[in-house]
Design a protein around this ligand. Sequence first.
Ligand SMILES: Cc1cc2nc3c(=O)[nH]c(=O)nc-3n(C[C@H](O)[C@H](O)[C@H](O)COP(=O)(O)OP(=O)(O)OC[C@H]3O[C@@H](n4cnc5c(N)ncnc54)[C@H](O)[C@@H]3O)c2cc1C
Length: 160
Amino acid sequence: MLETGAILRIRYVVCTEGPDRVRELIAIGASFDHGEDGNLHLVREGGHSHRRIFHAADMTEKEIESALLKSVVNKTNIFVFEHHFAIDILTCQDGSDITCVGIDTLNTETLEVVRFLSKVTWLASGGAGHIYPKTTNSLVATGDGIAMAHRPQAVISNME
Ligand SMILES: Cc1cc2nc3c(=O)[nH]c(=O)nc-3n(C[C@H](O)[C@H](O)[C@H](O)COP(=O)(O)OP(=O)(O)OC[C@H]3O[C@@H](n4cnc5c(N)ncnc54)[C@H](O)[C@@H]3O)c2cc1C
């Protein structure tokens, strides 16, 4: 469970840095709904006492993701490999030290295994909602990335 200090820190970051992140999203092309006064239209979500959620109709995530993808594709120092499904991370072991040195992927179109060697590997494979029989999480939330990290003994925390 997150400690109270960590929760307060997250709230602090959201409140202080959130507006700048929204401005960045708008700057890269995301478009959100505006009210009649010309300002961003804010709504409430469950449990909120104030209107503080901006949105793009009811497709906000799609709008944000599309803007981010367009921005990434335009960057010359980022290479996007579509249809590459991560299978397992690659490790080197020196005594009790285990270092991640890359990742094996399956190109789901050619069915070839493609290996990526790297100094730094980030896993951003989402949550694990589908380990439960009932969930509203998207179908991709299978926890496979977390399992990949767990196999070579990465420390996994805050799973709840
Ligand atoms: C119904 C619902 C409503 C929500 N509403 C809101 C909301 O209004 N506001 C809000 O802030 N949050 C909301 N959330 C939460 C939010 O969607 C998640 O917290 C967020 O999407 C998590 O982002 P993520 O990048 O960690 O994972 P994800 O968005 O799940 O992204 C993980 C990605 O990794 C890919 N992937 C997984 N395994 C592999 C693999 N082995 N190889 C290659 N790729 C892989 C997946 O295909 C996916 O594209 C909602 C969630 C749900 C389920």
